[in-house]
Design a protein around this ligand. Sequence first.
Ligand code: DGL
Length: 257
Amino acid sequence: MNNNPIGLYDSGFGGLSVWRELRRALLNESLIYLGDGKHCPYGSLDEQTIKEYATQSVQLLIDRGCKLVVVACNTATAAAISHLRATFPQIPIVGLEPAIKPACMSTRSGVVGVIATERSLKGEKFLSTLSRYGEGVKVVKAVGEGFVEAVEANMEESPSTEQKVRDVVEPIIAAGADIIVLGCTHYPFLRGVIERVIGKRDVRVIDSGEAVEKRVESLLDEYNLRAAEDNIPQMEFLTFADDDYRERLRLKAYDKE
Ligand code: DGL
């Protein structure tokens, strides 16, 4: 039993899509969400720089007493997860990976689309998962150009965002994909627009939120870290940007609940 908080970290707002999953499923767990904000977007930064930001972030969450940390960012996971686990062996650290495996196992057309940041698509883990599960499946990769910026600006519903989504999604569908994997934690905030663009076509959109939540639960059990049933959960939001950004994080977390 352990009433300390679970930490989540992302470059900005994106990891809130994971925060929502944890909050929904783990009713008595306290959560601390760190949205860097100062260095967002990470998508095209070099690996070393992301490692430094990620190390500083996880250190802060550990200093705040977190018993487990979720790197709720595919890009930071791709660049830094091994480094983080080696640097902070004292707590379990969960990373985010695009849901390539379930997509490749359930595609009927044999074509799967993956939208992620440039850095994630270059990640070693992504490439090895692809070669492990992608045999016989055509995987169409695309960078979600401007997606992270649209979510950070709360512009999900604007016509210009819909055009950006259309530019990325249409070629994936034209290539024959029946599943589109959202490989960045910002993108679930665009799910409504993505599904609107897909319309009546038989294409499914999947993300990693639920799988990560399940992974967190199994680690809480494995390490005996679950909070007591009568624990009153506290929600805290941190950032390396300013107070205004922190308030926007909080509002986005509870938006449209
Ligand atoms: N949420 C991050 C991810 O999952 C966004 C990356 C970025 O900041 O560009 O990849």
